[in-house]
Design a binder for this molecule. Structure first.
Ligand code: G1P
Ligand code: ZN
Length: 543
């Protein structure tokens, strides 16, 4: 089979966002579009030569084609071995783990996370480097520069790899190993959690419901929850990955997993309900009559993780993205460990994890994970919760109450304004940025501004600096208003407004966060003037 060098012309839009390159499927289907981006990676990150490359995706439409292309190009670019999940499937955390396990040079993860799939949906690619983490800002900037001038790519013509048969195949000089997508990940989970105790918890009659939302976690949940932990088959729903995710929106939150919220508020509620997203890196946790917000989940796991075998020696530190509520900060203080505040996007945790400065990380956008991998990990969070419940004997609701009584409670909500024009979203940001220097000391409702700035992050390990990471207006420990533009949208600009309010006396403000946050939402409107500047009276999505 000949290796061919194909002439191409550059596209100008291959700039990675918060989580890789994400575009409409039709964009990726343009001639040479995918090939250009992959060749850019091979050209810029020469460390893949002679190494192992991990390849997999969330199973969405165009996944298989993309994987065939990636394999044919890897063989033409000097990669020694490709390890690919059977059927082209690998969850994002499992792929990150495989990069580490196989000492691979990197990995291609084909996913647009929770974004809708199908011919009219989204597609995406994330490039993860040796060690399992996402390409850092510096590397993605170099990729983008190179993508603007690329003029040719290399590919093996007529390659025909069978992705469905577990075996090793050869393509020119390269080996292609098709593996079971769950096995190594399931083995890792058994080193972290007390499976005997969890099995016992289930055997004693505690009930579970996990919704894989027709995306990649189906086979993982089936193997781990049902086959290894003995949950009944009905505990896992929508377990079959589909190319269009069944027409759904596999984003586990209060909007797109509303049925789970309804379930836990019904008499049929299981003890623990959970869901993950398209590529398996997000998680949502609910118990009987209660939803645990991601910021709370992070804090509660931080408080209990030491009880689990993989974390028995304690946490080295914790980290959260800037907009994530500050609940975990209080736990870190009580434990006497470091607490880091990073920009939005999982890649910013990688250095802290590598350097042993953080064991547990989380984002408000339903992302939680630990040092076991370099991605957030949906199923890991679910298993951690099962193990914590089994170890403490508490229900989700009692555990939350106990936590709030001890640490106080952070009420949190995110308002998304989707499909704005770039000018409208930018205008809101500019107006608040311009006002920020004069805000300190001003009083709004019952809160006084202690600081207002544009968040900048200096990585404590490599010293790199990330600027323009979101505007924050801080009212001491009592409240915060944060505003930033999404880096993952594929249609227009999305503005995200984050509201956080702290109350030390548990339940003083009631059970539901909406009422507790209403006065802060009014303050935010006064500060950011979103309605006035965009014409939008209300957010498109509230989570
Ligand atoms: C969003 C989330 C962010 C997460 C990313 C990838 O990015 O806010 O926390 O890491 O998706 O899942 P955004 O669209 O806000 O840039
Ligand atoms: Zn995801």
């Amino acid at each position: 089979m000949p290796i061919r060098e194909v002439s191409t012309r550059a596209y100008a839009d291959q700039k990675s966002g918060t989580a890789g390159l994400r575009k409409k499927v039709a964009v990726f289907q343009q001639p040479h579009y995918l090939e250009n981006f992959l060749q850019t990676i091979f050209d810029v990150d020469t460390s893949l030569r002679g190494k192992t490359l991990i390849v997999g995706g969330d199973g969405r439409y165009f996944n298989r084609e993309a994987i065939h292309t990636a394999i044919a190009m890897a063989a033409a670019n000097g990669v020694a071995r490709v390890v690919v999940g059977q059927g082209g499937l690998l969850s994002t955390p499992a792929a990150s783990h495989l990069i580490r396990l196989r000492n691979a040079g990197g990995g291609f993860l084909f996913t647009a996370s929770h974004n809708p799939a199908g011919p009219d949906g989204d597609f995406g690619i994330k490039y993860n480097v040796a060690g399992g983490g996402q390409a850092a800002e510096g590397l993605t900037a170099r990729l983008y520069e190179h993508s603007k001038t690329i003029a040719r790519y290399r590919i093996v013509e007529g390659a025909n790899i069978d992705l469905d048969r577990r075996c090793t195949q050869r393509l020119e000089e390269m080996e292609v190993e098709v593996i079971d997508c769950v096995e190594d990940y399931a083995a890792l989970m058994q080193t972290l959690f007390d499976f005997d105790r969890m099995r016992d918890w289930i055997r004693k009659g505690h009930s579970l419901r996990f919704d894989a939302m027709h995306a990649v976690t189906g086979p993982y949940a089936q193997r781990i929850l049902v086959e290894l932990l003995g949950a009944p088959a009905a505990a896992v729903q929508n377990a079959c990955p589909l190319e269009d995710f069944g027409g759904g929106h596999p984003d586990p939150n209060l909007i797109y997993a509303r049925h789970l919220v309804d379930l836990v508020h019904s008499p049929a509620s299981p003890d623990l309900a959970a869901a993950s997203d398209g590529d398996g890196d997000r998680n949502m946790i609910l118990g009987r009559g209660i939803f645990i917000s991601p910021g709370d989940s992070l804090a509660m796991l931080a408080a209990h993780l030491q009880k689990l075998p993989g974390y028995a020696s304690g946490l080295k530190g914790v980290a959260r993205s800037m907009p994530t509520c500050r609940a975990v900060d209080r736990v870190a203080q009580a434990l006497g460990i470091e607490c880091h505040e990073t920009p939005t996007g999982w890649k910013f945790f990688a250095n802290l994890l590598d350097a042993g400065r953080a064991t547990l990380c989380g984002e408000e956008s339903f992302g939680t994970s630990s040092s076991h991998t370099r991605e957030k990990d949906g199923l890991w969070a679910v298993l951690a919760w099962i193990n914590v419940l089994a170890a403490t004997g508490l229900s989700v609701g009692d555990l939350a109450q106990q936590h709030w009584r001890r640490f106080g409670r952070h009420y949190f909500v995110r308002h998304d304004y989707e499909s704005l024009s770039a000018a409208a979203a930018g205008g809101v940001m500019q107006a608040l940025a311009a006002a920020a220097p004069g805000l300190a000391g001003r009083r709004y409702d019952r809160w006084t501004v202690s600081a207002a700035d544009d968040f900048e992050y200096r990585d404590p390990i490599d010293g790199s600096i990330a600027v323009n990471q979101g505007l924050r207006v801080v009212f001491g420990d009592a409240a915060r208003v944060v505003l930033r533009i999404s880096g993952t949208g594929t249609e227009g600009a999305t503005l995200r407004l984050y509201l956080e309010r702290y109350e030390s006396a548990a339940d003083a403000l009631g059970w539901e966060p909406t009422a507790a946050l209403a006065p802060l939402a009014a303050v935010a409107e006064q500060l950011a003037r979103i309605a006035e500047l965009t014409g939008r009276k209300a957010p498109s999505v509230i989570t």
